[in-house]
Design a protein around this ligand. Structure first.
Ligand code: NAP
Length: 539
């Protein structure tokens, strides 16, 4: 029992903390709170750990952040002993890593799987939460930590007739555990975001025929994935603390080689040489070529045009190449990283349909009717993304002070203090919630920063004999205003994307992540703690 509970002489709860989700956030949260002597239960809808890397097992799924840094750093032993095989490991390897972490830190006994949380209700008298599962179990706790993930509530667009389709329908985020054999089958993929970009080349190799339905072409930088070189690994391991510290000082928590301040400050020749070098290196570091991609349209256009030039070079059919050329600002939607993505459209068994010219009218038993024509298929792959950042939280019936509903309060867009807590919802924390840098950064370091903040906060409360914490409405308003203000400074908030919620029908458009950068955000969190948890009401 926590000191807080003893001092306040509150009724006993089943647990000190309930953590929802056993992805990288939930696992580390369990580890930290248990180290602090708390009784913790993790509730997870899936049947194993890993979160994103449990669910997203579509062919070609792999991380697109350099893995030596897309990994936990809380335990040096862990980062020294785990062997990553590739620059961008596959989903299977990431899932194996998650299971290894659960083994190594003995996390399994405190995690409960195949358990989806349906509701969480705050009781002001007992200062506790009651968490109800879909199977009707009710568990009480002092604290709830929502480690439900930013991209976990998957999106199935309302295609008329979808249920009438005679073949198989798969969503990239809910792939069958035993895999799917597309050999000899006619397949359609709808969606060309990161998931579609990864799966299309792999499905194309297997299927008899693949038709890709594209709404918005994306910028896809080649991954140039490769096995990790043992010398490179040894060098990183020997310098891990310094490299991790260096990463923490960067905007996105990634060590990207930073280019110049402006794409327009150099000659066209120099600029293109820089783009060429980054294209050959591969990966998301292309974004760091120049610092003004998100503040100058002219600078942005130079990168866009470079990628369009590459597409025209790679894709042999000029009409297909033009269809694949993105027109929105570079980096405005999440940049994609792929392997043989554009090359795939040179295959005889692959067709590209632009749904702007040929809108998807309905799904019929034999396939997809678009632009008045039926495309006959045996299997349909939906790579149609997620109800990002708020979707997983809004699925749960979360009721705070006076029965206020989080879903209702967030109907016009999420409001949270630091993306960590919400006014009116005491003792409820969100890991990488809206209003924190989260999806604009390397996720695992951002997760660790949040988990550490929450664990330290609870230790502090324990030491103070406090049993209730909630953000002040004025502090939350101030933070939300700041999040919006910095979003407006960046062109990233100007185009249709899941960052804004514009991919979900009826969702209010608000740029949800904090775009002020990881270092500025961490500093803010630290200042708030140093000022005695300024903006929080702790009793
Ligand atoms: P996404 O980026 O939202 O892409 C969904 C795709 O489906 C888009 O092309 C979208 O078109 C299309 N779409 C949605 N509804 C449609 C409709 N009604 N008709 C036609 N097309 C429709 O989702 P995602 O690819 O799953 O990726 C989401 C995020 O997850 C990524 O941005 C990334 O952050 C993360 N992710 C990371 C990795 C990795 O690390 N390797 C892999 C996969 C995902 P519009 O663009 O026009 O909306």
């Amino acid at each position: 029992m926590t000191v807080a509970a003893e001092t306040a002489d509150l009724p006993a709860t089943d647990f000190d903390a309930i953590v929802v989700g056993a992805g990288f956030g939930g696992m580390y949260m369990l580890y930290r709170l248990r180290e602090q002597g708390m009784r913790v239960r993790v509730l997870e809808a899936g049947s194993s750990v890993g979160g994103t890397w449990f669910w997203n097992r579509y062919p070609g799924a792999r991380v697109d952040t350099e893995t030596m840094f897309y990994s936990y750093q809380f335990s040096d032993e862990l980062q020294q002993e785990w062997d990553w095989s590739e620059r961008y490991p596959s989903r299977d390897e990431l899932w194996a890593y998650a299971r290894h972490v659960a083994d190594r830190f003995d996390l399994w006994p405190d995690m409960q799987f195949d358990t989806r949380v349906a509701a969480a209700t705050w009781d002001e008298d007992s200062l506790s939460w009651t968490v109800e599962t879909e199977s009707g179990d009710r568990l009480s706790s002092r604290y709830v930590v929502m480690a439900t993930g930013c991209l976990s509530s998957f999106n199935v667009p309302k295609f008329p007739g979808l249920e009438s389709f005679a073949g198989d329908v798969y969503h990239t985020a809910r792939w069958p555990e035993d895999g799917v054999d597309f050999t000899g089958r006619r397949v359609a993929v709808i969606g060309t975001g990161s998931s579609g970009v990864q799966t299309i080349p792999v499905v194309a190799e297997q299927a008899a025929h693949l038709t890709v339905f594209q709404r918005t072409p994306n910028y896809v930088i080649p991954a140039h994935n490769r096995p990790l070189d043992p010398d490179e690994v040894a060098k990183i391991r020997a310098n891990y603390p310094a490299l991790r510290a260096q990463a923490r000082q960067t905007f996105s928590g990634n060590i990207f080689e930073l280019g110049g301040p402006s794409a327009l400050a150099v000659s066209e020749e120099e600029r293109n040489a820089e783009y060429e070098r980054r294209w050959e290196t591969g990966g998301l570091a292309f974004m760091a070529a120049y610092a003004d991609f998100m503040t100058s349209e002219a600078a942005n256009e130079t990168a866009s045009e470079f990628v369009r030039g590459k597409i025209r070079e790679i894709v042999k059919d000029p009409e297909t190449a033009e269809l694949l050329c993105p027109r929105q600002l570079f980096m405005c939607k999440r940049l994609c990283v792929g392997t043989d993505y554009y090359e795939t459209y040179n295959r005889d068994n692959v067709d590209l349909i632009d749904v702007n010219a040929s809108p998807i009218e309905e799904i019929v038993p034999e396939g997809i009717r678009a632009g008045g024509k039926v495309y006959e298929i045996d299997a349909l792959v939906l790579a149609t993304g997620f109800d990002a950042m708020t979707g997983a939280l809004n699925r749960i019936d979360i009721c705070g002070v006076g029965g206020s509903s989080l879903r209702d309060l967030w109907a016009d867009g999420p409001r949270a203090y630091l993306g960590l807590m919400v006014a009116n919802f005491p003792n409820l924390f969100t890991i990488t919630g809206p209003g924190s840098p989260s999806v604009l950064t390397n996720m695992i370091p951002s997760i660790e920063q949040h988990v550490d903040w929450v664990a330290d906060c609870l230790a502090h409360m324990d030491a103070q004999g406090a049993a209730r914490i909630e953000p002040e409405a004025s502090a939350q308003d101030g933070w939300v205003a700041h999040v919006n203000e910095v979003a407006d400074l960046s062109m990233r908030s100007s185009c249709e994307s899941w960052y804004l919620g514009s991919n979900i029908e009826g969702k209010t458009r608000v740029f949800m992540p904090y775009i002020g950068g990881f270092p500025a955000y961490v500093r803010k969190c630290e200042e708030i703690v140093d000022a005695g948890y300024a903006g929080f009401d702790m009793r």
